[in-house]
Write a protein of this length. Structure first.
Length: 207
């Protein structure tokens, strides 16, 4: 089997297809942030992010076929609009302290971070990947998958687990101490069922 045939198999691998499905759902969810309530956003983020991590960790190994990187689609403006929308929704809950950063090598104290910025950092490479994949050109699909897998290992995978800790703290500690707890709890309902979250995915093993 030559390299082209091997990589063609990779992009249609079951784990690659499932990652594409979850990645597209994550991007769509981030893009609908202006229509959400803070608690709903935090809750579904805590469901989608672990699934995104799981599917990314199962991506098959693949090698780039072209020297040039595929086209990127997320502009600086797109990034800032998304980050600003999330920051506006989260308000006082946006800030957190992080210790798992390269800059910590030069600091004795945790570094101030924002959930909004961390989520935008995850969104950008995943949205670029999805946009390239939707073009349907096998060479660029393969290379975008290889790059996304590389960036998961080197960058956004760590961002994901970092922001999960921050979101967990918001949901299970900060919300419980909010002066609006009773009022918000009366309005808050977790309407996201497991079937809706995993829609389009076969979560079982092939046997």
């Amino acid at each position: 089997m030559n390299m082209e045939e091997k990589n063609s198999q990779v992009i249609f691998d079951k784990n690659a297809v499932e990652f594409v499905t979850v990645a597209a759902e994550f991007c769509g969810f981030m893009e609908r942030v202006s229509d959400m309530r803070c608690r709903d956003f935090v809750d579904k983020s805590l469901k989608l992010l672990p699934l995104l991590y799981l599917k990314a960790s199962l991506l098959p190994a693949c090698e780039r076929m072209e020297d040039a990187d595929p086209e990127t689609f997320v502009t600086e403006t797109d990034y800032e609009v998304l980050r600003g929308s999330i920051a506006s929704l989260l308000g006082e809950y946006d800030d957190y302290l992080e210790v798992f950063l390269d800059d910590m090598a030069y600091s004795d104290t945790p570094i101030h971070q924002n959930i909004s910025e961390s989520l935008a950092d995850i969104y950008q490479p995943i949205k670029d990947f999805i946009c390239v994949f939707q073009l349907g050109l096998e060479h660029t699909m393969n290379d975008s998958l290889a790059i996304c897998r590389e960036l998961f290992a080197e960058f956004w995978g760590q961002r994901l687990v970092n922001v999960m800790r921050a979101l967990h703290d918001v949901k299970y500690r900060q919300f419980s101490h909010s002066s609006q707890e009773e009022e918000d709890s009366a309005l808050y309902e977790d309407n996201c069922t497991e079937e809706e979250l995993y829609e389009g995915l076969d979560m079982g093993d092939d046997e």
